[in-house]
Design a protein around this ligand. Structure first.
Ligand code: FAD
Length: 451
């Protein structure tokens, strides 16, 4: 008879927590999971899923425009924000039910409420205390806003999913993927959108060509991008917000979104008093087994602030459960993780950027193509596509693949499989294209470009 109430206590029913809980329970482990807000966590409720639904919604404006070139006439466009919200809420509700069902069916005990650690083997939810052999912290992250005068007037990505009404004019502060995605969404929905970033280029960490290209494309569509501009304070006069920048610019809008980063959700978990080691910004420090400096306490996903993506959190969860409860120990390979920005057009990327490749290898070949997608020959829209392959000349191995264009995220997923299989440029060249597609360009680029 175990001295513990449960074998594994998971804090946070988001992407990582739910996957770990139900996988472990499926192996006969006694699991409880605590959730204080919403089943499914960030991704389902205020992240990937509603965001992608909004991207679809906003893209229709351009689709209606493009349709004219193909002979369609479209009556006056009308968009109903409350209808989109209701539809989105219904879908999120359905997904929450799916998560609840998955947890119930695998025998996980679901506890509603805010959990905190009492000691290395005890979790408290309100008055209730649960003794557990192991604790897994999967509490994710939370938007972070700099401490400027007027910060109380701004919203974060969380609130963007429940706005009462669409603003007419909006300022988005930030240069990362969430800022760029929301700029595309709001612009597409008809909001006059300004994107303000203190850095020199958007999308830090992405390939430089991709960064330049995205900025150029979204600017062409009408998003007002202001770089090297820092907002110092926000003033509210009646219902109007005035954002003051360090360039003495005054930006007058109805809504300000700060997409200026996220911080791990570690406050009020009781970690400091237990001596759990925390890194920069409060991220939980773990070893390669997702174990903290306290052997019975584990952490994964955004709360460890490494690669903050849903598929990474779920992969970590599966690796952890395999390590702890099976004889098939698996690890997560953090190299060549594909990722996307659901900007309009999309970015899809896998592997090294050109700069990273040049730092690691002496001789790099770059294959690059910029073209007008076939659809836009008739649509009349001036949107271009960029495709780029980074190759190690000596081994011919493909090191990085980058795309900006329609369905880039869908296309790059397949490219990521080729890269994991160690594809060389010769393999790409010998692959027959699918015609006519944009994707075929990846197997028909023959001549490296010279810088
Ligand atoms: P989360 O999913 O955040 O789950 C943590 C859960 O813990 C939450 O439900 C929270 O309520 C709960 N919790 C916190 N503290 C406690 C406590 N003390 N007690 C009980 N419960 C607690 N990723 C992608 O891969 N693709 C995308 O397109 C994408 N788009 C995104 C768009 C936005 C706007 C945002 C914000 C994120 C996006 N992400 C995307 C990132 C993705 O959502 C996260 O990487 C992922 O959700 C991390 O999973 P997690 O399990 O670590 O944490």
């Amino acid at each position: 008879m175990s001295v513990f109430d449960v074998d594994l206590f998971v804090i946070g029913a988001g992407s990582g927590g739910v996957r770990a809980a139900r996988m472990a329970a499926g192996l006969g482990v006694r699991v409880a999971i605590a959730e204080n807000r919403y089943l499914g966590g960030t991704c389902v409720n205020v992240g990937c899923v509603p965001k992608k639904l909004f991207v679809y919604a906003s893209h229709f404006r351009e689709d209606f425009e493009a349709a004219k070139g193909f002979g369609w006439s479209v009556a006056e466009l009308q968009f109903d924000w409350s209808c989109l919200l209701a539809q989105k809420n219904q879908e999120i509700h359905r997904l929450q039910g799916v998560y609840q069902g998955l947890l119930n069916d695998s025998g996980v005990q679901v506890i509603e409420g805010q959990a905190r650690l009492v000691d290395a083997h005890t979790v408290a939810i309100g008055e209730r205390q649960v003794h557990c052999e192991r604790i897994l912290i999967a509490t994710g992250g939370w938007p972070w806003i700099p401490d400027i005068p007027g910060k109380e007037f701004v919203v974060t990505s969380n609130e963007m999913f429940t706005l009462d009404k669409l603003p007419k004019r909006m300022l988005i502060v930030g240069g990362g993927y969430i800022a760029v995605e929301f700029a595309g969404i709001m612009h597409g929905l008809g909001v006059q959108t300004t994107l303000c970033y203190r850095g020199t280029k958007l999308l830090r960490g992405f390939d430089e060509d991709v960064r330049d290209f995205v900025a150029q494309e979204i600017q062409k569509k009408g998003i007002d991008i202001r770089l090297n501009a820092q907002i110092n304070r926000i003033e509210k006069i009646d219902n109007v917000l005035l954002a003051h920048s360090d360039q003495d610019q005054l930006i007058e809008v109805d809504l300000v979104l700060y997409a200026t980063g996220r911080k791990p959700n570690t406050a009020s978990l009781g970690l400091e008093s237990l001596g759990v080691a925390l890194g920069a910004g409060g991220a939980i420090t773990v070893n390669e087994h997702y174990q903290t400096n306290i052997p019975s306490i584990y952490a994964l996903g955004d709360v460890t602030d490494r690669l903050n993506l849903t598929p990474v959190a779920t992969a970590e969860a599966m690796a952890l459960v395999n390590q702890l409860y099976t004889d098939r120990a698996t690890t997560v390979d953090y190299d060549n993780i594909p990722t996307a920005v659901f900007s309009q057009p999309n970015v899809g990327t896998v592997g090294l950027t050109e700069d990273e490749a040049r730092q690691r290898y002496p001789d790099i070949d770059i294959y690059k193509s910029v073209f007008r997608p076939m659809k836009h020959t008739l649509s009349g829209l001036d949107e271009k596509t960029l495709m780029k392959i980074v190759v190690n000349r000596s081994s011919d191995k493909v090191l990085g693949i980058h795309m900006v264009g329609p369905e880039a995220a869908e296309i790059i997923q397949g490219m990521a499989v080729a890269m994991r299989a160690g594809a060389t440029k010769a393999v790409f060249d010998s692959t027959i294209g699918i015609h006519p597609t944009a994707a075929e360009e990846f197997v028909t680029m023959r001549k490296p470009v010279h810088p």
